[in-house]
Design a protein around this ligand. Sequence first.
Ligand SMILES: Nc1ncnc2c1ncn2[C@@H]1O[C@H](COP(=O)(O)OP(=O)(O)OP(=O)(O)O)[C@@H](O)[C@H]1O
Ligand SMILES: [Mg+2]
Length: 446
Amino acid sequence: MAKKKSRYVCQSCGYVSPGWIGKCPECSSWSSFVEEVEESAPSAGGKKIHEPNVSAVNLREVRGLETERTKTGIGELDQVLGGGLVKGSVILVGGEPGIGKSTIMLQSAGILSGGRGRVLYVSGEESAAQIKLRAERLGIGTADISILPTNSLEDVLSALDKERFDYVVMDSIQTVSSAELNSAAGTVGQVRHVTYRLVEVAKGRAITVLIVGQVTKDGYIAGPKLLEHLVDTVLYFEGDYSRGLRILRSVKNRFGPTDEVGIFEMSDKGLIELKNYSFADDADRSVSGRVNVPVIEGTRAFLVEVQALVAPTFYQFPKRNAMGIDLNRMNMLLAVLDKKGGLNLAGSDVYINVAGGMKITETSADLALCAAMVSSYRERAIAPETTFIGEVGLTGTVRPVSNMKSRVAECYKMGIRKFYLPEKVEFDKKIEIVLTKDISSFLDMF
Ligand SMILES: Nc1ncnc2c1ncn2[C@@H]1O[C@H](COP(=O)(O)OP(=O)(O)OP(=O)(O)O)[C@@H](O)[C@H]1O
Ligand SMILES: [Mg+2]
């Protein structure tokens, strides 16, 4: 007889406890435990029944997997996927509510259904009429997509038994549950179980499965983080809502590179690809404290505008504030400018902002950050045709960084001709390179 067993699972981090507890010992969140009832497998005489049905295979005899890729037709998405969708793979697309997950799924479904395979769109949160409304807005109202509005995994599996589909979109994983478990949809157990079954189906029948996962700001709902290891590819949608920008990022990819990014603009006709997007604003030549700097995301270089404001302080302690860069990094650069460059900023408030809501995590922007701060301090504008690339060390030396050439190429494309660099770069177009090996000589030149 199948036995029922209760356990309590933290909805924030997945920690499992045999009894209910108020505070999670793992992630310290309060009242996050939810009961889940598990049915254990039938047993005979206290021993589990196990019938072996697999045997080991020699690697030499294993046939290689052909990674057959299909383009989604959305160039930026294909690039993030590493060249397209791999047959039989499972892709998780996570993002905050309203960011555009359903939009990109429906847009891709529309293109895929036009001769690239049969598509089943499972919606646990919207009715068929709501999906039709969105499809009409996206201009794909008559696409050959099968819509299945359901909250039951069993409905999905039976639809897949009845008809052959090449692609399944599951929108979203938190709204579909299985009758095999007693817990509610969206709980850790359900989300994991439904994903397991979908992975099984994808691998067994060579169906490509796209799973939408909701991410809340506090990450409280059982979400994509718990599923990352189960799926082949994990994409996250982020956004700069003020500009209508959407950034799609791959954080895991079993079939391609990670850290690739795709950039879109959200419009009433859906997501529009932005191929050569620059995060740098049209520059006003007379404004001090701003500089354009190239950053690398995956295989792409972007031009990003860094702004600095250095102003006399009215407080007992000067204020230091950084948006889009690490505050510790900024403090370290200020210390280097002080000690090695002889710049006295002790009486100044310093603010840094990276325009467009971008985040710079690379040390390659160190020199540019120093340049922006010095430019604001001395009230001397930096020409928009000038940029600075290099990592600044505690000793005040400026060091080369990776992908120097692609950074220079991206800058050249955006009109930059003068480069402060720690080493010479071979480049086939005419550019001016100012060799910058340490901070003190940099401050003299600048
Ligand atoms: N008529 C419209 N014109 C322009 N943009 C629109 C329009 N309708 C919706 N949008 C945009 O689409 C976004 C919603 O997209 P979508 O439903 O794909 O997001 P989602 O991530 O699936 O959201 P949820 O988490 O609620 O399912 C809105 O936030 C808005 O930016
Ligand atoms: Mg949605």
